[in-house]
Design a binder for this molecule. Structure first.
Ligand SMILES: NC(=O)c1ccc[n+]([C@@H]2O[C@H](COP(=O)([O-])OP(=O)(O)OC[C@H]3O[C@@H](n4cnc5c(N)ncnc54)[C@H](OP(=O)(O)O)[C@@H]3O)[C@@H](O)[C@H]2O)c1
Length: 212
């Protein structure tokens, strides 16, 4: 597969990058600072640019066709709004629409699921009241994705960890209260899910909870 990752220097981005390369895929890392990547590989291409500058994003998506665009950009603070990342996602979506790129697989947050309250006290009361700004940003980004003309998957993970890959994770479009799940997920398992769903249409144009 040929994949591009926005947010490739982040913790999820790096897991995606390494896993995709290990599986033999060709990967473009779109980054503002290539020295933060710390990975070199014959199948890795580095595109330096500002995701907030439309022409930079358009340029890389015009140059070649990608099977999937992974969006794993993340805000610096859990408590402040980061509107720049909303503009960044607008650029990615617009450039994908203009260049007929493949599937957008966007990392969102489990707290945006319409039935997140079913997950217990943390998701019913604490996150909506304490992490209001983060939640608003994620909801705005979710709306951009779901109202686009693209093929997309909105991945809604809980707390992300740096645990090793073990393949033991569950995914579901609806929250079944009696289902057994842990409200955490390793970024390595998340990367595995995202890569497996580039050519799997189960969750196309759907939001999906991924947990351990
Ligand atoms: N942390 C959690 O427990 C958790 C749980 C659920 C969902 N999520 C979501 O998962 C996603 C990925 O999270 P993460 O923790 O893996 O991210 P992270 O390690 O904080 O990485 C963030 C990435 O976004 C890039 N970025 C941030 N601001 C930017 C800007 N203004 N311009 C260009 N690039 C920018 C960073 O680039 P630089 O390296 O250049 O700064 C980096 O590549 C986020 O949307 C997050 O909200 C996180």
């Amino acid at each position: 597969m040929n994949i591009i990752i926005f947010g490739a220097t982040g913790r999820t981005g790096k897991e995606l990058l390494q896993r995709a390369l290990d599986e033999g895929h060709t990967v473009t890392a779109f980054v503002r600072n290539p020295s933060k990547l710390g990975i070199s590989d014959s199948k890795l291409k580095v595109a330096q640019g500002e995701v907030t500058r439309y022409t930079d994003v358009d340029h890389v998506l015009k140059k070649e066709k990608f099977d999937a665009v992974f969006s794993a950009l993340g805000a610096k603070s859990m408590f402040k709004r980061d509107l720049v990342l909303i503009d960044a996602l607008k650029n990615i979506i617009q450039a994908m629409e203009n260049n007929e790129a493949g599937k957008l697989i966007h990392v969102s947050f489990i707290g945006t699921h319409r039935e997140a309250g079913k997950l217990g006290f943390l998701y019913k009361y604490v996150i909506p009241n304490v992490m209001t700004n983060l939640l608003r940003d994620h909801l705005d980004k979710d709306n951009l994705v779901t109202s686009s003309k693209l093929n997309w998957i909105l991945v809604q993970p809980p707390v992300l960890t740096m645990d090793r890959y073990n393949g033991k994770y569950v995914h579901e479009a609806e929250i079944h209260p009696d289902k057994s799940r842990k409200l955490k997920l390793s970024r390595a398992n998340l990367a595995d899910f995202m890569l497996k769903h580039v050519n799997d249409s189960t969750y196309d144009r759907k939001a999906v909870l991924v947990t351990e």
